[in-house]
Ligand binder design. Structure first.
Ligand code: FES
Length: 109
């Protein structure tokens, strides 16, 4: 599978942080703009108990899961607390005003 269209840049909302369910891929993808201004795409469910991460807090640097407070680095998808967790990070590209994600490649596997 190549890059798949996920959303428009404007769809990230005021937090610069939103999730989109892609029925064809069977994935909820979290798209965000991190504190460096880079757009990132991650698997959208918490690795602890599959809670939707979009329900959590995002401060530009980290995502904090609303269920039990696990914290994930918003630039890498790697765990801050606990450090052993991670969410898959996917390549992203922008064409015009649209965001595309390649779900075949995990950047942080
Ligand atoms: S489901 Fe996310 S911390 Fe438990």
């Amino acid at each position: 599978m190549a890059f798949v269209k996920v959303c428009g840049v404007d769809d990230l909302g005021p937090r610069g942080f939103n999730a989109f369910y892609l029925m064809d891929v069977g994935v909820e993808v979290l798209v965000l703009r991190d504190r460096t201004g880079e757009l990132r795409a991650f698997d959208g469910v918490c690795p602890h108990e599959d809670y939707p991460l979009v329900e959590g807090q995002f401060d530009g640097a980290t995502i904090t899961c609303a269920a039990h407070g696990w914290i994930i680095d918003a630039s890498t998808g790697k765990g801050v607390s606990p450090p052993t967790c991670r969410i898959p990070a996917y390549p992203i590209k922008i064409e015009g005003n649209e965001i595309y994600v390649d779900f075949d490649t995990e950047l942080n596997a």
